[in-house]
Design a protein around this ligand. Structure first.
Ligand code: FAD
Length: 356
């Protein structure tokens, strides 16, 4: 292989969005260890297009999610990726939770998320019960696997090397599991669950602190009394793992799409988070009853018989609670790109162009 100006490690949504963004101006090689692109986090997620209301003002998550939300809708519309601007309700089922809604509304305004307002949930979703709710019009859903495929398809100038694993980095030299070594000017580390390991190959002193969480999902087929057409979320909750507190968005309902981008008959429930897991252990630990218990307070017509287990996905959460995007010598590291990484991908790619 001849020497390469830019090498992207990892063909999930982040690596593919960066390759797509740079492909017209630079010679780019993208290396992906898996056979099916996007097989890790990028196809094992809730597929929600987040609006950007949860994140600390001015954090990377807040800025890149709000910008990425707009870019993603435009991209999907222009390139026939199935998506739907469903909108979302965040529901409060008691007085304390109503106070949380007020706080979220304030944060939404600080983060520049348009159109968020307090509403009566049943006027939007008749099968949902709540004291009050926050309506978030810019939230939606996207087919994340097809998004990754489309980004690849449109990156016509990029060289994709699938089923190849980066096993060693020494300065500007990259070695693959085939034994082949080549030189590159710039390394983009978008290795997702393994980004921390890739960063350490380049600089063993890197000490990112990340925790692997498995998000488990279930699903049900809608009836008249369990139909929902929006994303329905509870109040966000903190989970403590290894003595550290991480915010999760709570077990929520997400409509899914058919290939035309119309809402299908299936709604997913999740993710239920399980901490400290092996990075590719996709087995289920949560059972149907746990999913039911999580949503019954705001979704009373669902029964245990309706629910079947769906998929699991794993994300690495950083103790900084934000995306870590750092340049170190000839490597740009994308570490701890957990949710809302899918939503933010196109904005992350634009952001990085400026630092090349
Ligand atoms: C359960 C769950 C729910 C989520 N829900 C949402 C949501 O609703 N909305 C949202 O915006 N975000 C969501 N996310 C987050 C989102 O999925 C991720 O932020 C995003 O997919 C990260 O993409 P990535 O490209 O960084 O990682 P990945 O998709 O994991 O891609 C990294 C790639 O790097 C490859 N790789 C790793 N090591 C090597 C190596 N040595 N050599 C070559 N290739 C390598 C891997 O095979 C992989 O394909 C969710 C995540 C999970 C797990």
């Amino acid at each position: 292989m001849s020497d390469i100006p830019i090498t992207v490690i990892g063909g999930g949504v982040i690596g593919c969005a960066i390759a797509y963004e740079l492909s017209n101006d630079y010679e780019v090689l993208l290396i992906e260890k898996n056979q099916i692109p996007g097989e890790n986090q990028s196809s094992r997620n809730s597929g929600v297009i987040h609006a950007g209301i949860y994140y600390k003002p001015d954090s990377l998550k807040a800025r890149l999610c709000v910008e990425g939300n707009k870019l993603l809708y435009d991209f999907c519309e222009k390139n026939d990726v199935p998506y739907s601007r469903t909108g979302k309700l965040i529901v409060a089922t008691n007085i304390e939770e109503e106070q949380c809604l007020e706080n979220l509304l304030e944060r939404a305004n600080e983060n520049g998320v348009p159109g968020v307002e307090l509403v009566n949930a049943s006027e939007y979703e008749p099968n949902v019960r709540a004291n009050s709710a926050l309506y978030v019009p810019t939230s939606g859903v996207v087919d994340s696997a097809l998004l990754v495929s489309k980004l690849r398809e449109l990156s016509t100038e990029v060289n994709f090397l699938d089923k190849s694993k980066v096993v060693w980095i020494n300065g500007d030299k990259i070695t693959l599991d085939s034994g082949e070594t080549f030189e590159t000017d710039l390394i983009i580390n978008a290795a997702g669950l393994y980004a921390e390991d890739i960063a350490k190959l380049s600089n063993p002193n890197n000490s990112y602190s990340l925790t692997a969480f498995r998000g488990e999902a279930a699903k049900f087929y809608i009836r008249e009394d369990t139909k929902v057409s929006m994303n329905v979320y509870p109040i966000p909750r903190d989970v403590v793992e290894n003595g550290e507190s991480f915010q999760t968005l709570g077990v929520h309902l997400t409509p899914t799409l058919d290939l035309e981008g119309e809402l299908s008959q299936t709604v997913t429930i999740g993710p239920a988070y399980v901490g400290s897991v092996d990075r590719e252990d996709y087995t289920h630990k949560a059972n149907e009853q746990q999913f039911l218990d999580a949503v019954l307070p705001f979704f009373p017509n669902l029964t245990l018989e309706d629910i079947s287990l769906h998929q699991t996905g794993i994300q690495m959460k950083s103790s900084s609670h934000d995306f870590i995007i750092e340049r170190e010598g000839n490597m740009i590291n994308f570490v701890g790109i957990d949710s809302p990484g899918l939503t933010s991908a196109l904005a992350i790619a634009k952001h990085i162009r400026k630092s090349i």
